[in-house]
Design a protein around this ligand. Structure first.
Ligand code: ZN
Length: 284
């Protein structure tokens, strides 16, 4: 089926209390792993690209692979631009065929974040492109966005209601205590903030910083309204470990396709486990 935006898949997920996995791809091999994992499990899925990955390969090249791999998939696939603060890149991706974008103006003061996020919605909606917007500051490093622990702060539930009413995002990313990268110690999730924000905004919530959360934390966040779960760091690890691990075990063998095959298997295995855990298997 042709690529679609996130609207229908997230509405169904929010209504049925499961979450759609949004997996950050890096290249052709990782994109293929996401699509095949979703097809095998009959799950809707989101292929997510960081702004850095788009810049690295070029939007046209990347979209060529994604369309080839996902445009004929047997399950609904959305192609989403992750954390982007650059309006020009958002426009470029929309023109190149992305079906969904995230505007991350969360580092700006509330009114500026709101105005910029609204501007992206107004630009995207007539083209049937969905928009995710962020409020609060999620700790860690995502792409070139660095948020130090002392600068991170949770989304304010009252501001969240105003933000969503005026921006009208299709998906909302409030900072609720999760972090980008690898967790040091036990993550402190503000479940009360998540619950309040999900119930009062009635917008599907995106859970950022998914890598490293326990199954229990995932289940609880999804039950409280997270309809999209972002997985990035885990794929980076599988990408490197799958590749390096195979070579270390077969260090006299120089057969690149076997190494790439092992890398593929490692990524796909993790993605399939995520899809099962998030409850989206069998939902397509
Ligand atoms: Zn994120």
């Amino acid at each position: 089926m042709p690529l679609e935006n996130m609207k229908t898949m997230l509405a169904q997920a929010a209504a049925d209390r499961y979450a759609v996995g949004a997996f950050n791809i890096l290249d052709y091999n990782s994109t293929k792993a996401v699509v095949q994992a979703a097809e095998e499990l009959h799950a809707p899925v989101i292929i997510q690209t960081s702004a850095k990955t788009v810049t690295f390969w070029g939007s046209g090249t990347l979209m060529g692979w994604m369309r080839e791999l996902a445009g004929n998939a047997k399950v609904p696939v959305a192609v989403h631009l992750d954390h982007c603060k650059d309006l020009d890149l958002i426009k470029e991706c929309i023109e190149a065929g992305w079906t969904s974008v995230m505007i991350d103006a969360s580092a700006r003061p509330f009114e500026e974040n709101l105005a910029l996020s609204r501007q992206v919605v107004q630009m995207a909606r007539p083209k049937n492109i969905t928009v995710e917007a962020e409020l609060g500051a999620i700790v860690g490093v995502e792409d070139d966005i660095h948020v130090r622990e002392q600068d991170s702060h949770l989304a304010d539930p009252e501001q969240a209601v105003e933000f969503c009413a005026r921006v009208e995002p299709d998906c909302f990313a409030p900072a609720i205590g999760t972090a980008h990268g690898i967790y040091k110690g036990e993550p402190k999730i503000a479940y009360h903030v998540l619950e309040q924000v999900a119930a009062s905004t009635r917008v599907p919530i995106a859970l950022h910083g998914g890598t490293g959360l326990s199954d229990e934390v995932f289940r609880r966040c999804i039950s409280l309204g997270c309809a999209k779960v972002n997985i990035s760091t885990q794929i980076k690890y599988a990408f490197i470990d799958g590749f390096v691990g195979y070579h270390q075990a077969h260090d006299t063998q120089y057969d690149p396709l076997k190494v790439i095959g092992a890398q593929f298997d490692e990524m796909k295995k993790g993605i399939m486990a995520n899809i099962r855990l998030f409850g989206s298997a069998g939902k397509a």
